[in-house]
Design a protein around this ligand. Structure first.
Ligand SMILES: Nc1ncnc2c1ncn2[C@@H]1O[C@H](COP(=O)(O)OP(=O)(O)OP(=O)(O)O)[C@@H](O)[C@H]1O
Ligand SMILES: [Mg+2]
Length: 226
């Protein structure tokens, strides 16, 4: 079953002579439970694509279907709720809330949805990501790699059906990167999650089930599963 599907997805920033065609007709599908890596040069449209998949920004044209639902047919409020329940997003720039400590940041998506955290599960994530001693810290007292690990913990906390991760290991050393990938793989198998991950790192990309290659806003390889 396809959990994610894009059709003729286009995103144009600006207009006239300065218009940027960040996505130029993207068609691809992801099956439930698949772990897909997206690779491509800087500026090729990877983050733009991930933002559209997560309903964070509306496309210029085309569609994104998540679990058979055309997400951009939803009004903003419904889209926000849908995103909160279905999707865990790891942002390229982390997007942690500066006035909340590490623990509060991690449980924020759960609490926004009026739920209670699964303590044992949360402890195991925090432990694997090595964040126990930092739970009371504010984000600006953390290193880049530590903030990245908090962003990963937050994305996993609510056990979302889909994890969209933008360079989740971009600021981590190779040992920590392997640990994070291991955690993503184990939790995704345990909870039948689907992962779409952007990376610059070919070694990390090779750990995925499939590699989608993007160039100048177009898919040039790996768009469909076997
Ligand atoms: N908000 C925006 N306004 C105008 N142009 C934008 C905006 N966001 C992205 N772009 C442009 O769209 C293109 C694709 O950007 P995008 O951020 O998706 O690239 P990327 O593949 O994620 O790059 P990187 O690997 O450096 O993160 C680039 O040319 C970028 O300058
Ligand atoms: Mg990017």
């Amino acid at each position: 079953m396809n959990i994610l599907e894009t059709k003729e997805l286009k995103k144009i920033y600006g207009s006239g002579e300065t218009a940027v065609h960040a996505l130029d007709g993207v068609d691809f599908t992801v099956q439930k439970g698949e772990f897909v890596a997206i690779v491509g040069m800087s500026g090729s449209g990877k983050s733009t694509l991930l933002h559209m998949l997560g309903g964070l920004d509306r496309p210029t044209s085309g569609s994104v279907t998540v679990d058979r639902k055309d997400i951009f047919s939803l009004k903003d409020e419904a889209l926000t709720i849908f995103r909160r329940r279905k999707i865990g997003f790891v942002f390229q720039n982390y997007n942690l809330v500066p006035v909340l400590n590490v623990y509060e940041n991690i449980v924020l998506p759960i609490e926004l949805d009026g739920n209670v955290p699964d303590k044992a599960y949360l402890d195991s994530i925090i432990d694997t990501l090595g964040l126990q001693s930092k739970l009371q810290n504010l984000p600006n007292n953390l290193s880049g790699g530590q903030q990245q690990r908090v962003a990963i913990a937050r994305a996993l906390a609510a056990k979302p059906a889909i994890i969209l991760a933008d360079e989740p290991t971009g600021n981590l050393d190779s040992k920590t990167s392997q640990d994070v990938l291991g955690l993503l793989k184990v939790t995704s198998q345990k909870f039948s999650q689907t992962i779409v991950m952007i990376t610059h790192n070919e070694e990390i990309a090779q750990l995925a089930d499939r590699i989608i290659r993007i160039e100048d806003g177009k898919i040039v390889g790996g768009g469909q599963h076997d």
